[in-house]
Design a protein around this ligand. Structure first.
Ligand SMILES: Cc1cc2nc3c(=O)[nH]c(=O)nc-3n(C[C@H](O)[C@H](O)[C@H](O)COP(=O)(O)OP(=O)(O)OC[C@H]3O[C@@H](n4cnc5c(N)ncnc54)[C@H](O)[C@@H]3O)c2cc1C
Length: 394
């Protein structure tokens, strides 16, 4: 195992009926920025490779090149029309291990090629699932829900990995993940085991990336790249699950037709039932739909059956694990502002936060921060809104 066995960053692209998902373009943008630095610092010919699976999707390849890919591996196949985990896992794993593809990407680096150096997936429901099964297939590790990436040379001393000796790991991907509601960043490394007794490589160094974190690069229509068509190989066994029909089930919670959204989080904890009723009242005054943070969907508080089944439900979660909203007004009540929540509401036009903790991360995301407890602030809001309404009617 040498450094030359692993080359390039492969970005797994998702699309819905031919429309590329935003997170895929964001990942391409970050891969481009990262690889531009990598090319200057280390090896000039490693590439950003977009991996595109689907049916009747060839046209999308050009858009991916305009958004930063040097090469697109396009598996356009009827069996890939809809995402099926077994089939997609197999196709992506084949692409990641294929030396002929590597030759088309960069012949100079193909002789030793075993697998990609780095691999990115979107941290959405499909990407999270696929990243886990592909990495299990490729026998490497995975860091999930990442929001910052750095390539660095690191000196590591580890009982298992290095046999207790200090060793330099070059071109290591530091994958940062927000934990404890974003109060702590964990850095995750996926390191080869270089202990002579238990030697094993762990490549690709792979992660799933939180939507809404990285910038999409400005598309350049003049940008040139290589399009590599690939035909995956499936056994009868892989194709056992067939998709006969597919319907997108519309959620019963309609955020789109409301101009305002009032969301609440764990800050309701002191008086959950009463606080949720207050929030309900505020939402009704401004004709807002009600959202929640992810922990609330795990039903952490004891409340009446009606409140529980109306509000503490996954369908109302805003963020990477739930819905993305962009109302004119977003009111965040008792929400700390974790990255995963912000990704779901940051495109709102005007954001108000109510929180007693002036150091809460939500403060950096809002237009108006009201320092205070919801129990004290919301009644004043309601009173003021009612006065304003009466003034308008008079
Ligand atoms: C893989 C993964 C995916 C995730 N996806 C999502 C997602 O899609 N959506 C999501 O929301 N989270 C998601 N999370 C969880 C996320 O990281 C945070 O843990 C979560 O958003 C925090 O919820 P919170 O703001 O309700 O709670 P906390 O972080 O506990 O914040 C509560 C806030 O309430 C304030 N407060 C306390 N008392 C009051 C009061 N009386 N009045 C007003 N404010 C008060 C506190 O000061 C605090 O800021 C995900 C996490 C992981 C690991």
């Amino acid at each position: 195992m040498t450094d030359g066995d692993f080359r390039h960053v492969y970005v797994i692209i998702e699309h819905e009926d031919g429309k590329i998902l935003q997170v895929s373009l964001e990942m391409l943008g970050e891969a481009r920025r990262m690889m531009d630095d990598f090319n200057k610092k280390y090896l000039s010919k490693e590439k950003v490779v977009a991996v595109l699976l689907g049916y009747n999707i060839k046209e999308i390849s050009k858009t991916l090149i305009q958004h930063g890919a040097d090469a697109v591996v396009c598996a356009d196949n009827q069996e890939l029309r809809f995402v099926r985990n077994t089939v997609y896992t197999k196709a992506i794993s084949q692409i990641a291990s294929d030396r002929e593809i590597a030759t088309n990407i960069e012949p100079e680096y193909a002789v030793q090629f075993k697998r990609p150096r780095y691999m990115f997936f979107g941290a959405d429901s499909i990407g999270r699932h696929l990243s886990a099964t592909v990495m299990a297939h490729l026998d490497s590790g995975l860091a999930s829900d990442i929001n910052k990436l750095v390539v660095a040379d690191l000196q590591i001393t580890h009982q298992n990995k290095t046999g207790g000796k200090p060793l330099t790991y070059e071109k290591t991907l530091e994958m940062y993940r927000p934990d404890f509601s974003g109060f702590l960043w964990t850095t995750i490394l996926c390191l080869d085991n270089r202990n002579p007794a238990t030697q094993k490589d762990f490549h690709p160094q792979a992660c799933s990336i939180i939507p809404g974190v990285f910038e999409v690069i400005k598309p350049d229509p003049q940008r040139q790249g290589t399009i590599i068509n690939y035909t995956p190989r499936f056994d009868e066994q892989d194709l056992k699950v067939k998709i006969i029909d597919r319907k997108i089930v519309k959620s019963e919670i309609d955020f789109d037709s409301h101009k305002a959204v009032v969301s609440f989080g764990r800050g309701v904890k002191d008086l959950p039932e009463q606080n949720i009723k207050l929030i309900e009242e505020l939402a009704s005054e401004i004709d807002a739909q009600i959202g929640i943070t992810l922990p609330l969907s795990k039903r952490p508080f004891s409340v009446s059956q009606t409140v529980d089944s109306t509000y503490l439900i996954p369908d109302r979660v805003i963020g990477t694990s739930g819905r993305k909203v962009s109302p004119k007004v977003y009111v965040a009540v008792g929400i700390s502002g974790a990255m995963q929540h912000i990704a779901g509401m940051k495109d709102s036009e005007f954001i108000i936060a109510i929180n007693p903790d002036e150091n809460a991360a939500i403060r950096n995301e809002c237009d108006v921060f009201v320092k205070g407890r919801m129990e004290d602030v919301i009644p004043i809001f309601i009173e003021e809104i009612q006065k304003q309404k009466q003034a308008v009617q008079a």
